[in-house]
Design a protein around this ligand. Structure first.
Ligand code: GLY
Length: 385
């Protein structure tokens, strides 16, 4: 557990603000699974499918985060309403198993913060079954020749059979969990092979990471890389750096393998070296001067990973990671949070991708990771990754 050397009044204030805001927002949005806000109100991605794609709507990759926020609050406060609302969101996700053709590798993002969290706290047997079902689906996406997990299904006019993406480092903890839960090592073998491939093919010499790497799906081996949600091929999409940083920490937590810890450190050092004076994180560390976009979600995710790193290393190294996390979070708290009743989300100025039509919006995973990070600083987070 993390012990801070000194008290920080703003962290206590953040916990209080989170508790107050989640109290009314959870009542207001209990029947939804939000992704963003529209005129300040949570949308409902469980019933809306803006793109009409099979991977959207109930299969949308972010649909686990609302449940995750509710489980964090249940763990923090013990208030039963959070458990009941989280169960409502988790039950809805069963529709995704029916809509299997639209499911993708992000089943970890969907069922770790919902079913695994639920099972950890309540031993609900239905939650265990759902999480194991999702783990089997994820394992089924493994390409044993290329030793990677396929990310997405077909995109029009694009052959994605060989595509893997850095974000999947957050899905493979579902495989580690499945092995820990069942005693069957097959899931962990797949998770480790995938993590090893990412270590070799995604992490660049300076510690930055690619978003997308395409492998030959028949022979294995790298075919090419893509910039994905970042500015361009070879640039460094900040949320991808954060997925990599915290993702390798998770693999380290599950396996104890030093190479995963060292990889997390390399990505962290790159990230820390690029945090500017303002503490505001851009969408891409190599984006041009204009147009300049920021992404608060990358900041919150990276802060979570940095805190986990601080917990894993000795006293001498700890402060580098912890102070960087505190800088990111304090900047978010003071400059990018909305605690008013005008907005159902907390964090402002998230950006899904550099080339998205919309930037600087509230996004549910920004709220989720901000809450997780603040609770980590108080030693009160629920860890289910
Ligand atoms: N996992 C997709 C994203 O981070 O936007």
């Amino acid at each position: 557990m993390l012990v801070l050397d000194q008290t920080h009044a703003w962290i206590d204030q953040a916990v209080q603000n989170i508790t107050d805001k989640m109290h009314w927002v959870s009542d207001k949005s209990k029947l939804k699974i939000p992704y963003t806000t529209l005129q300040g109100e949570h949308d409902d991605r469980a019933t809306n499918n803006p793109s009409g794609d099979e991977a959207d709507g109930i299969n949308w990759w972010t649909n686990g985060f609302w449940g995750g926020m509710l489980w964090q609050m249940y763990h923090l406060t013990g208030e039963e309403k959070y458990r009941d609302y989280a169960n409502l969101a988790e039950d809805k996700l069963d529709q995704s198993f029916e809509k299997f053709y639209g499911l993708h590798h992000d089943v970890g993002f969907m069922w770790l913060p919902t079913s695994v969290a639920n099972y950890l706290l309540t031993r609900n047997p239905d939650s265990r079954k759902r999480a194991l079902h999702a783990a089997h689906l994820l394992a089924g996406r493994y390409n044993p020749v290329g030793q990677f997990i396929r990310a997405w299904n077909d995109i029009p006019d694009t052959d994605t059979r060989g595509w893997a993406i850095i974000d999947c480092m957050f899905n493979i903890p579902l495989l580690y969990w499945a092995t820990e839960e069942t005693g069957d090592p097959r899931f962990r073998h797949i998770a480790e092979r995938h993590a090893d491939t990412v270590m070799q093919s995604f992490v660049r010499p300076d510690g930055s990471v690619h978003h997308i790497v395409e492998f030959d799906p028949y022979l294995g081996g790298v075919v090419q890389t893509y910039g994905g949600q970042g500015y361009e091929n070879g640039s460094s999409w900040t949320r991808g750096q954060a997925w990599g940083l915290y993702g390798f920490m998770m693999s380290y937590r599950h396996t104890g393998k030093d190479e995963y810890l060292q990889t997390a450190k390399r990505i962290a050092h790159y990230f820390i070296a690029n945090i500017g004076e303002s503490g505001i994180i851009p969408v891409d560390f190599r984006q041009p001067e204009e147009p300049k976009y920021e992404d608060s979600t990358a900041s919150a995710i990276a802060a979570c990973g940095l805190i986990e790193l601080a917990k894993a290393v000795g006293e001498c190294e700890k402060n580098l990671y912890l102070n960087s996390a505190l800088k990111l979070l304090r900047t978010l708290f003071e400059e990018r949070t909305d605690w008013s009743k005008d907005c159902d989300c907390i964090l402002q100025n998230g950006s899904a991708a550099y080339h998205s039509a919309t930037h600087h919006q509230s996004i549910i995973y920004g709220d989720y990771y901000f809450i997780e990070a603040i609770l980590k600083l108080k030693g009160k987070d629920l860890y289910f990754w």
